[in-house]
Design a protein around this ligand. Structure first.
Ligand SMILES: C[S@@+](CC[C@H](N)C(=O)[O-])C[C@H]1O[C@@H](n2cnc3c(N)ncnc32)[C@H](O)[C@@H]1O
Length: 347
């Protein structure tokens, strides 16, 4: 799809502008439904909109970032019992729903990735544009990006940067990191960006900063973002009632590939024989049917108003009454580094 490059309008000061909001609401088809799960509460943009669709809707919202949970308290109060906000990971969203006393859910939405607040706050350490501690932990707990950069072996760093960052110069970046850390720990986002920029050159045509892909790779590894996505798709499959909808918004090809493969495998498109060549095998029962035909992209006017929507893709499916099949191994492979799956690195 052709993207139009124009001067940007000034930001309206909103902490996080929800992406593809109207399209998500259409895909979820909420009127008359009872329990909707927002697996990525963030600034509550989707949750607020879902609550306003129909007074019958109760939202169970989840976020792994304690700051997002704390900032959501006023919305919980304003929702007068219709919003339950829980700290946790969307990979266990089925357990979150059951723990809140609900046997099933009518809708699940996931808006994958980081929020504008996380990127814009220098102290969270997600961005090289604002110098801060090299952190990147959404949960503010566990292994930080600084721990990874300063302690991982060169080969592991190269794999992370290549597979999760899609950086072709991953080996050179990993080598430069290991050389730099011999002189002292790399503790800040600016220091890491400088190391990366010494071996990856800026591409004036794309305007992409040389450290962009390395930062993406580290962020995905620190937060196990792809593993969480794989678990969340299966968790949604287990908890949705027949007729319930699942909508997922992704921001890069690694995430979208996982969602696309899961949806096509589970909606039976990959497994079907043609009418000229009927399969002799009993087809696997479909746990989903497609709601969107291919990815739904933001309009040019949305991208103009909110540049962060640029790479967003929405896909949605509807749950059938078939039992949830065994986990889909192929998408677990897509989420893991090659050492863990036996795949050989292609670098
Ligand atoms: C793109 S923002 C969501 C924005 C939200 N839709 C809105 O309109 O305000 C993604 C949010 O998901 C959270 N998140 C990312 N991975 C998560 C996970 N595995 N479990 C729970 N929350 C997660 C992040 O902390 C962040 O707040």
């Amino acid at each position: 799809m052709k993207r139009v490059r124009e001067a940007r309008p000034p930001s309206d000061g909103a902490p996080h502008v929800p992406v593809l909001l109207a399209e998500v609401l259409t895909a979820l088809d909420l009127p008359g439904r009872t329990l909707a799960v927002d697996g990525t509460f963030g600034a509550g943009g989707y949750t607020r909109a879902m609550l306003s669709v129909d007074p019958s809707v109760h939202v169970l919202a989840i976020d792994r970032d304690p700051g997002a949970i704390a900032d959501g308290a006023p919305l919980v109060a304003a929702a007068q019992g219709r919003l339950t906000l829980v700290p946790g990971r969307f990979g266990t969203l089925d357990a979150c729903v059951r723990n809140a006393g609900h046997p099933q859910a009518d809708a699940v939405v996931l808006d994958i990735g980081v929020s504008s607040m996380q990127i814009d706050q220098a102290e969270r350490g997600f961005s090289f544009r604002h110098d801060g501690p090299l952190d990147m932990r959404m949960e503010r707990a566990g292994r930080s990006a600084a721990d990874l950069v300063n302690e991982a072996e060169e080969g592991e760093l190269a794999d992370i940067i290549y597979h999760y960052g899609e950086e072709r110069r991953s080996r050179a970046v990993a080598r430069a990191i290991v050389e730099a850390r011999r002189k002292g720990r790399i503790e800040t986002t600016a220091a890491l960006a400088e190391v990366v920029s010494s071996v990856v050159w800026a591409d004036p045509a794309s305007g992409i900063h040389p450290a962009t892909r390395t930062f993406q790779g580290l962020r995905i590894a620190v937060n196990d973002e792809l593993g969480e996505l794989v678990q969340a798709l299966h968790a949604a499959e287990r908890i949705l009632r027949p007729g319930g909808r699942l909508a997922v918004v992704t921001f890069h090809s690694l995430e979208d590939r996982i969602v696309k493969q899961f949806f096509s495998a589970r909606s039976g498109r990959a497994a079907q024989g043609s009418r000229h060549l009927p399969s002799l095998e009993t087809p696997a029962p479909r746990s989903f049917t497609a709601v969107t035909k291919g990815p739904v992209l933001p309009t040019d006017s949305e991208t103009f108003a909110n540049p962060r929507a640029r790479s967003a893709k929405l896909r949605a499916v509807e749950r059938t009454d078939a039992p949830a099949p065994a986990p889909l191994a192929v998408i677990e492979t897509l989420a893991a580094l090659p050492e863990r799956t036996g795949r050989s690195a292609r670098r």
